[in-house]
Write a new protein. Sequence first.
Length: 96
Amino acid sequence: MAIQEDIISSLEEKTKRVIQVAEELRINNEQLQQKVDELSGQLRTKDQEIEVLESKYQSLKFTKTLISSPEDVKNVKLQVNRMVREIDKCIALLNR
């Protein structure tokens, strides 16, 4: 009888441990899912920012073709370089 009681007790302990591990895994899974949702939202935001920046870049590029003075060309180049740096920053954020 004592052996059966020991076996039952051992099974109960193991069952409780399995339930505890399963609960910990469920909580961990929920946390990871929240992180995925958060990162997905950030990615969508960065994608939108990139689209806006690309649109601005195209506008600046077109404007550059219309500008004739060397001073204006220099200013446009500086603006374009600034925009490219911003785009690179956004891409770097997306690659994290």
